[in-house]
Design a binder for this molecule. Structure first.
Ligand code: ADP
Ligand code: MG
Length: 254
């Protein structure tokens, strides 16, 4: 492994499905506090990469290390979750019949189970944390609303709030802007930017306006056919002829 203490380091990772190489010789390094955006055409292996990090699927070869010591490739999904790796799927998975506040309590209560969590009494530190999270995700005024009645964007923010309540050390966010209005998208960008530094976040995204908003001054990774095609500041990535060829050019031509 490399010298630097990366929060996440994937080296030489390969993963095939029925002979099809979804991930090939992938190397990916993430420092603590980074907000990293990963872009790439459909089928590039972005979601599979998240599946490998979260233990939903295992690498055929290669290594994925977390905090320099944990070998994620040999751990179960539950063990990885307990290490502090949280994932937000594209469609929100909040408890629709519970209020915003209750959803956060469920996450703050950890692995107690839904029933026990509803009777869980927060201590004052947890109460403060809940208020802070509500403020961060812009839902303080909506705390007593059933999550099912929230707008699409608000549900996504609640889910990000639930990752914060879990104390996730690494937040994996798959296409957060999908289905959002422009205003919701911009607000989501602000939310992620406010978390950067304090948290480490990987965002997969297609919307280039949004990508630019959250990645100015940061590193963007382009995946193509299961490998890193290029990596760097958003301006140089967008100007890279290889990226234009396989991704941006095609997209704009549509
Ligand atoms: P992306 O998220 O970048 O669009 P994916 O990671 O979803 O790409 O998919 C990469 C490739 O791997 C695709 O060709 C997809 O069909 C294939 N793939 C992903 N998961 C599976 C699976 N469980 N079984 C078979 N093929 C899969
Ligand atoms: Mg995907």
């Amino acid at each position: 492994m490399s010298q630097k203490p990366f929060l996440l380091a994937a080296e030489g990772v390969n993963k095939s499905f029925d002979g099809f190489k979804a991930i090939r010789d992938l190397n990916f390094y993430l420092e603590k506090g980074e907000l990293r955006t990963v872009i790439g055409p459909n089928g590039a292996g972005k979601t599979t990469f998240l599946d490998l990090i979260t233990g939903r699927t295992q690498p055929d070869t290669g290594k994925i290390e977390f905090e320099g010591t944990h070998d994620l490739g040999s751990m179960s999904e539950h063990e990885i979750y307990r290490l502090g790796i949280g994932r937000k799927f594209q469609t929100p998975t909040v408890y629709t019949d519970h209020t915003v506040a209750e959803n956060l309590v469920l996450s703050l209560a950890g692995s107690r189970g839904v029933f026990a969590s509803l009777f869980f009494k927060l201590n004052s530190e947890q109460k403060d944390k809940m208020e802070e999270i509500l403020k961060t995700i812009n839902l303080t005024a909506h705390r007593d609303r059933k999550a099912g009645t929230l707008a699409h964007g608000q549900k996504q923010w609640l889910e990000i709030g639930m990752l914060l309540a879990q104390d996730a050390k690494l937040l994996l966010v798959d296409e957060p802007a999908a289905g959002m209005t422009d205003e919701e998208t911009a607000r989501t960008g602000e939310l992620l930017l406010s978390l950067a530094g304090k948290h480490t976040i990987v965002v997969i995204e297609h919307d280039m306006v949004f990508v630019r908003q959250i990645s100015l001054g940061r590193k963007v990774t382009v995946l193509h056919q299961g490998s890193v095609l290029c990596e760097g500041p958003v301006d140089s990535v967008q100007a890279d002829p290889r990226v234009i060829e396989v991704y941006l050019g095609r997209k704009h031509a549509r």
